[in-house]
Design a protein around this ligand. Structure first.
Ligand code: NAD
Length: 566
């Protein structure tokens, strides 16, 4: 066998053998089919590639080594991003080979933080379109646009309207970098076949005037569509997707919170859909709490949680915590009473007239409090969770108060990027004399304190959503339920080893992400079977079946495939 070519994996798009037979330059220009200089002598004849490639046949390993060397020579992270996207546009299997073999190095480039910069610069660095753009001008013809997508077997769609891109706000159509990057993570972390993924930009305009005024801005240079017209466009999209790609799960990403909660409630019981900012974040944070409890002892139902920030992340986490506490026997009301919020106007309490509807279940009776420190002293939480996007809000007095109130205070500073973190790892460990159980949204280096090393965990959503997506794809589950995220959180926490915990680490190493995703997918699939939502019968060895469905970036042997098809 030449190179390391393998037979196609279960979910791969078949090589088209009917109708117009792709050959020659059509193959080289199709990133899903292209293998560049790795096409074998036999394939070069069969696929009419002879002469279109330099004569020497390279292995994928050599191609990957060359790509990695060139990647590392780039002057900055944006250049590295451009290099990787260009590789993805030329040869997807090679792109995933490089990304998966060097995931820790590549993740910060293909996703946060570099993807944020890439979105800000999207118009300036634009080379080749990727995904589907559906704009406010397309009302009435969304189904037609979906027909233009060249693949029929779509399993995972990530859609954004670009209004709240990471911590960067409204970037309009340039937010397309987010669905593109997120879907790369689905493939790299959980083996979703890239040919079955579809990034979608719902371009409803932007209220970012600087962006609109840039002559290289790629989207509609108009202010955002709102109200009924906006809802009608999203409705049209969801209906058209259900018709054209009935097997697809639709993940909503980086919508601003006035739309995110609403759309989730509207669609979650009718379509196969979820919102990662709300539900995926909840899964990863709950997993962190479960792991922390392995260090502190006690049950989740005994905890008192205080959140800084009552947006998508905070409310999403609290809602899932409530579901988990109910599994431990609390009523919904009693569970909610254990979750408190401070937002930009102080303690979220009953009687405050300015509360958005998603905050109301957590508006408990209490005298008004303005500062977070006052809330810590009054409510005596066992855990504080920062999801405000406001840096430095876990001040020394706040953290010291937590250390006074708790033997092992749980401190999650989840705001991104690093510069927005509510406190740093060094601060959390130093101000608690090493007793804090700390996790953050962005990575922090290990901390040396009094001769001991503490390794902070990163509450990265990539631990959860790829595995959840794989579980949905593997079962064809009709809906995505809270129980699935609960199972994902429990599974993730269960994969943390005693050695991890010994150094304060409450998440498994990201190096194990494929294994983690396979286990999460299996747990999610079990829930789909239990809840009667699965579209396919349960196989005997679910984990093994899930694993065989995971894409591997190995080259296909077209000579074998074509011979078998004849
Ligand atoms: P959001 O805009 O929906 O919510 C932000 C909330 O913070 C709002 O309730 C707002 O009132 C509140 N807030 C703003 N200023 C405040 C202040 N000074 N004091 C107290 N509260 C204040 O945003 P979101 O999607 O919930 O994300 C919030 C943060 O969480 C972001 O920084 C994001 O990067 C981070 N996040 C991290 C993860 C993760 O670590 N896995 C996942 C999702 C979001």
């Amino acid at each position: 066998m030449i190179n390391n070519k393998h037979e196609s994996a279960a979910l791969r798009q078949p090589f088209p053998t009917e109708g117009a037979f792709p050959a020659g330059a059509d193959i080289l220009h199709n990133p899903i089919l292209n293998q560049g200089t790795a096409f074998s002598e036999e394939e070069r004849d069969l696929l009419k590639l002879r002469g279109l490639l330099p004569p020497r046949v390279l292995t994928q390993e050599l191609q990957a080594e060359r790509a990695l060397r060139n990647f590392r020579k780039k002057a900055n992270d944006l250049e590295k991003y451009i290099f990787l996207i260009s590789l993805e546009d030329r040869n997807e299997a090679l792109f995933y080979r490089v990304v998966m073999d060097n995931l820790m190095e590549m993740m910060p480039i293909i996703y946060t933080p570099t993807v944020g910069l890439a979105c800000q610069e999207y118009g300036n660095i634009f080379r080749r379109p990727r995904g589907l753009y559906i704009s406010a001008n397309d009302r009435g013809r969304v189904a037609e646009i979906l027909e233009n997508w060249p693949y029929t077997d779509v399993r995972v769609i990530v859609i954004t309207d670009g209004e709240r891109i990471l911590g960067l706000g409204d970037l309009g159509a340039q937010g397309m970098g987010i669905p593109v990057g997120k879907l790369s993570l689905y493939t790299a972390c959980a083996g979703i076949d890239p040919a079955t993924t579809l990034p979608v930009m719902l371009d409803v305009g932007t209220n970012n005037e600087a962006m609109r005024d840039n002559p290289f801005y790629i989207g509609l240079p108009q202010s955002r569509l709102r109200g009924e017209a906006y809802d009608a466009l999203v409705d049209e999209f969801m209906t058209a997707v259900a018709h054209r790609f009935p097997q697809a799960v639709v993940q909503f990403e980086d919508f601003s919170n006035h739309n995110a909660f609403r759309l989730l409630q509207k669609y979650r019981h009718h379509y196969r859909t979820f919102n990662d900012d709300i539900q995926g974040t909840a899964g990863v944070a709950l997993a962190g709490l479960f792991s922390a409890l392995r260090l502190t002892g006690g049950t989740l139902a005994e905890q008192q949680l205080l959140f800084l920030g009552a947006g998508e992340a905070g409310i999403g986490i609290a809602d899932l915590v409530v579901s988990a506490m109910m599994q431990e026997g609390l009523t919904a009301e009693a569970a909610r009473q254990r979750c408190w919020f401070v937002d930009s106007r102080g303690l979220v309490a009953a009687g405050r007239g300015d509360l958005a509807v998603h905050k109301l279940p957590y508006a408990h009776d209490h005298t008004p409090l303005t500062t977070f420190l006052e809330a810590v002293e009054a409510l005596q939480p066992t855990a504080i969770i920062g999801v405000s996007g406001m840096p430095k809000m876990f001040t020394q007095p706040v953290v010291e108060a937590m250390a006074r109130l708790n033997e092992r205070p749980i401190i999650f500073a989840l705001s991104n990027p690093t510069s927005r973190s509510e406190c740093t790892a060094v601060e959390a460990y130093t101000w608690t004399d090493g007793r804090a159980i700390f996790a953050s949204g962005s990575p922090f280096d290990p901390v040396e304190l009094n001769g001991q090393t503490y390794v902070p965990g990163q509450g990265n959503n990539s631990y959860i959503f790829p595995g959840v997506g794989l579980g949905i794809v593997a079962t064809g589950a009709r809906h995505v339920t809270d129980e699935m995220f609960l199972a994902a959180a429990q599974t993730l926490a269960g994969l943390v080893t005693p050695d991890d915990l010994a150094i304060g680490l409450i998440y498994p190493s990201l190096k194990r992400i494929r294994e983690v995703s396979a286990h999460i997918a299996t747990a999610v699939a079990e829930v789909a079977y239990k809840q009667g939502l699965a579209a396919v019968p349960r196989p005997e060895n679910l984990l093994a079946v899930v694993q065989t469905q995971m894409y591997q970036p190995t080259y296909r042997n077209y000579a074998h495939e074509l011979a078998a098809a004849r």
